[in-house]
Design a protein around this ligand. Structure first.
Ligand code: HEC
Ligand code: HEC
Ligand code: HEC
Length: 459
């Protein structure tokens, strides 16, 4: 984080030198990706559907606020930025945006008055939207959404980050080429893969959370051709797992299990938490079956960079053997937890007292109700922040059309000390077949403090 701040500071200093140029030359905006006839009309419902794909509602709706009226606080490492009112209100919303101005906001992060938008709005990914989708969105927001008057607070950022013109420097390094190879003739010789690539790389902006960030806070990859694309990132204290590579969810689960977790927030092994629960609830649950299949096919394709593995693949012998060894190890943990041994280590005892009622001594939980902790990507992530978060604060499963019931996991932060949370987290990260680094009380204290800071900023 320190290096990151220093780099941004350095960028800001460079920006000061070009101050006048920066302030007075109007920003360039990207041309439409294709020419559509002036009278082009989307199919009915198309605009709302693209809004779901792009998840505009999640950020632009405040808790208990009117949909799209903005004002939701977005935590960035530099401070809090409030989302804009994007209802068609003339005074406080986007009522007087032209189509070109709307496209400039989505492609270039430029506001109607020419000011630069903070990349808390994922225009670095929306740059890939097709012109049809931009137009459908524009018509949706200007003709189907009701105007709501709601002035939104200014960002709470210290100098120099409160200077919007300095964002121009960031955009030089941070924005990918807007031209793209899918949607047109296509990168893949396969319509389904091209559609999946479009959704994931463009409107779905999965990369905003699932790709690492460079030192200048740029996404370290924007398309499957970039090696670091979707290899795992961090968002507001939660770890977003890598979605590529042999041990990632898309390669470990069958296509059907992956589609279930994306569409309903849970499958037999796992459930989504934190930011991902919002993505499922506000966006992915609305995907058509066809689009969901495309996303799944693409994610499974890019992990291997070859044909997707068969769903009911024969498990190779070697994997079978590894599994057999794992079972023994798993049983060792379960057996230890089943004894009332007074010498049981502290972490195991805390697990037994606080967690095993729901997640069971074998760490297998209950299908689609209590997720498995054995083999959970969140539990064994390189950064244990997600696990610590869960123990401190708990979380709620998203409610979806197909699975409406919200299940809640309680938080334990109020009754466990930092040292106890660390012991417990370290135990869970190494119980059963899990094998991940241990957690220190200092990490827990940092996260607790960060969270209290967030609460204070929001209040
Ligand atoms: C990850 C959060 C996020 C998502 C998703 C998101 N936005 Fe934004 N958007 C923001 C934030 C934050 C701002 C304000 C940024 C600033 O003040 O610099 C903003 C600003 C805007 C603005 C500028 C409005 C103005 O005049 O101030 C427009 C237009 C906009 N968003 C449209 C959209 C649309 C359309 C979508 C869906 C396709 C969308 N946004 C999705 C976070 C988001
Ligand atoms: C706003 C940030 C954000 C966005 C956008 C996002 N994710 Fe996630 N995702 C997360 C976080 C954080 C986690 C880890 C928490 C969890 O496991 O539920 C996660 C977890 C996942 C998981 C593993 C679920 C599990 O239970 O192990 C999958 C699969 C996934 N995301 C796919 C996607 C896809 C596909 C997209 C784009 C359509 C996407 N995500 C967009 C933040 C995000
Ligand atoms: C009352 C039942 C209950 C108890 C007790 C409980 N949990 Fe949970 N846990 C849940 C539910 C329900 C979820 C799914 C929540 C969600 O997805 O938002 C969950 C999810 C999790 C996850 C996320 C797993 C994943 O892959 O997404 C972790 C990690 C976790 N619990 C750890 C613990 C630990 C450690 C304890 C003991 C301190 C504990 N839980 C106690 C019910 C419980």
């Amino acid at each position: 984080m320190r290096t990151f701040l220093r780099v941004l500071l350095a960028l800001a200093i460079v920006a000061v030198i070009g101050l006048l140029l920066f302030i007075f030359i109007p920003p360039q905006t990207t041309e439409p990706h294709e020419d559509l006839a002036a009278g082009w009309q989307p199919e009915e419902g198309a605009g709302e559907y693209v809004m779901r794909l792009a998840d505009c509602a999640a950020c632009h709706t405040a808790e208990d606020g009117v949909q799209f009226a903005g004002g939701r606080p977005i935590n960035s490492p530099l401070g809090v930025i409030y989302s804009a009112n994007i209802t068609p209100d003339d005074e406080t919303g986007i009522g007087d945006y032209s189509l070109d101005e709307f496209r400039a906001a989505l492609y270039d992060g430029v506001r109607e008055d020419g000011a630069h938008l903070y990349p808390a709005m994922p225009y670095d990914n929306y740059r890939f939207l097709t012109e049809e989708d931009v137009r459908a969105l524009y018509l949706y927001f200007t003709t189907e959404v009701e105007p709501v008057s709601n002035p939104v607070p200014e960002p709470e950022l210290g100098f120099p980050f409160d200077q919007r013109w300095a964002l121009r420097a960031w955009k030089w390094v941070g924005l990918p080429e807007a031209e793209r190879d899918v949607g047109g003739p296509g990168r893949y010789d396969d319509e389904q893969l091209n559609r999946g690539a479009y959704i994931v790389e463009g409107p779905g902006h999965c990369s905003a959370c699932h790709s690492p960030r460079t030192q200048t806070f740029t996404q370290a990859g924007f398309t499957a051709e970039d090696p670091e694309f979707l290899t795992g990132g961090e968002i507001d204290g939660w770890t977003a797992p890598g979605l590529r590579g042999p041990d990632s969810p898309p390669q470990t689960w069958s296509g059907e299990e992956l589609a279930r977790v994306l569409g309903t927030g849970r499958n037999a092994h796992a459930s989504v938490v934190g930011e991902m629960a919002l993505v499922v609830e506000d966006s992915l649950q609305y995907l058509t079956a066809e689009d969901m299949q495309a996303v799944v096919a693409y994610l499974r394709h890019i992990g291997t960079d070859g044909p997707a593995p068969e769903d009911d693949a024969d498990v190779p012998d070697e994997a079978e053997q590894v599994r057999a060894v794992d079972e023994l190890v798993e049983n060792a943990t379960a057996a230890m937890l089943s004894t009332a041994d007074p010498d049981m280590p502290l972490g195991a005892r805390l697990y037994l007292d606080n967690c095993s009622a729901c997640h069971m001594v074998d760490g297998r939980g209950a299908d689609e109700v209590f997720p498995e902790l054995d083999g959970s990507f969140l539990v064994t992530a390189a950064e244990p922040t997600g696990l610590i978060h869960m123990i401190l604060e708990g979380d709620e499963l998203p409610s979806t059309e197909e699975r409406p019931m919200r299940l809640r996991m309680p938080g334990f932060g109020w009754r466990l000390s930092d040292a106890e949370v660390a012991e417990l987290a370290s135990f869970v990260r190494n119980a059963w077949s899990n094998d991940a680094g241990s957690v220190t009380a200092g990490m827990v204290a940092d996260l607790r403090e960060e969270h209290e800071g967030d609460q204070a900023a929001v209040e």
